[in-house]
Design a protein around this ligand. Structure first.
Ligand code: UT7
Length: 332
């Protein structure tokens, strides 16, 4: 029997309408457009403002667009995986809520939380369901309403994050395209530098936890920055060496969008020209699980069948990794 490969056959995405600019952030905390642009590289981010709306509402928009673009009916979907760090609720899984809202009824669904590497880990997991031969249409959706856990009185965190969602459809092929290789890593001791202190089982929500602002992102920027630069570059370079890839035969780097300086450092270690690096951090900020699919969505028309692509991420956990992928279609 021919080997089954998993390929991406479509991309959908959504960002909310409201744009939060550096000028507006400068009115909330002691910062400037110049500091944010030079230290992080972000000009603006989209924020979900509608009361009562959550991560699933953005994910639903991305999935509906994906189904329309790929001419797929919700009842054809076998599995929907959502990667998020800002689930609608502690339980049930946001994937279950998305499936219900979209009308996906002949399927199963669950969430993955791997910090900013969620979508990367998710691609690994989702592709295995396809290559097993058992499932034919799998949706992976990465979505985060980061504004729900950002402390807008903390200047070291408030400029970084934005809200957004992106979804891909994975299907089988016996042609030589799709997921080629992966290097996925974790160092759980890194949790000390980036986490949410309260709201979990160690420290359930209480009046004290709210008063202490412990339901927001806690981040020690410098150790995260150092580990991100090393982690993302190490696995990306390792992947290039393993597959004899160079600036000539690697078409694209699709890096997590946390800080432009981390992206540049990774591309430099890979000896990769800037025009081969997908970057949209300036307009969206760090949307956590949304960054990789939002990049694919914006670059879809430029991607060519046979392009070698490296996806690379680093995030809370610490989690990081690189995936090598061979693009399978020319966009219409
Ligand atoms: O995707 C999840 C993974 N997360 C990341 O990858 C984030 C990694 N870390 C970073 O991107 C950077 O560390 C930050 C953007 C968070 C911070 O940049 P930095 O260059 O590492 O700054 P720093 O934390 O070393 O702070 C330098 C100075 C400090 O002032 P003092 O103590 O030197 O007087 C900060 O208080 O910059 C100050 N600062 C700011 N100043 C103006 C911190 N945030 C701001 C701000 N505006 N927004």
């Amino acid at each position: 029997m021919d080997k089954i490969n998993a390929i991406i056959t479509g991309i959908g995405a959504f960002v909310p309408e409201y744009i939060l600019t550096n000028e507006e952030i400068s009115k909330m905390v002691d910062t400037t457009d110049e500091w944010i642009m030079t230290r992080i590289g972000i000009k603006e981010r989209h924020i979900l403002k509608e009361p009562g709306s959550g991560t699933s509402d953005m994910a639903v928009k991305a999935v509906e667009q994906l189904l329309k673009k790929t001419n797929t009916s919700p009842d054809e979907i076998d599995l929907l995986i959502c990667t998020t760090v800002t689930p609608d609720m502690q339980f049930p899984a946001t994937a279950n809520i998305i499936s219900d809202k979209v009308g996906i009824i002949n399927a199963f669904s669950f969430d993955i939380n791997a910090g900013c590497s969620g979508f990367l880990y998710g691609m690994s997991v989702a592709s295995k369901f396809v290559t097993s031969g058992q499932y034919k249409k799998v949706i992976l959706v990465g979505a985060d309403k980061m504004s729900s856990i950002v402390d807008y009185t903390d200047r070291s965190v408030s400029p970084i994050f934005g809200d957004g969602a992106g979804a891909i459809l994975l299907e089988p092929t016996t042609e030589d395209y799709g997921f080629v290789d992966e290097i996925l890593r974790v160092d759980g001791s890194g949790r000390n530098h980036l986490h949410q202190k309260a709201g979990g089982s160690i420290k359930p929500a209480s009046h004290e936890s709210v008063d202490a602002r412990e339901h927001f992102i806690y981040q020690e920027g410098q150790p995260v920055f150092k580990a991100a630069v090393k982690g993302m570059a190490d696995v990306s370079v390792e992947m290039m060496e393993k597959h004899n890839l160079t600036n000539e035969n690697l078409a694209w780097l699709v890096p997590h969008q946390a800080n432009l300086r981390i992206i540049d450092a990774t591309a430099n270690r890979m000896n990769l020209a800037r025009e081969k690096v997908m970057i949209n951090i300036e307009r969206y900020g760090n949307t956590t699980d949304g960054t990789l699919p939002l990049l694919l969505w914006e670059w879809e028309k430029k991607l060519k069948k046979g392009d070698n692509i490296i996806f690379a991420t680093f995030g809370a956990g610490f989690t990081w990794g690189a995936i090598l992928y061979k693009w399978a279609y020319d966009a219409k």
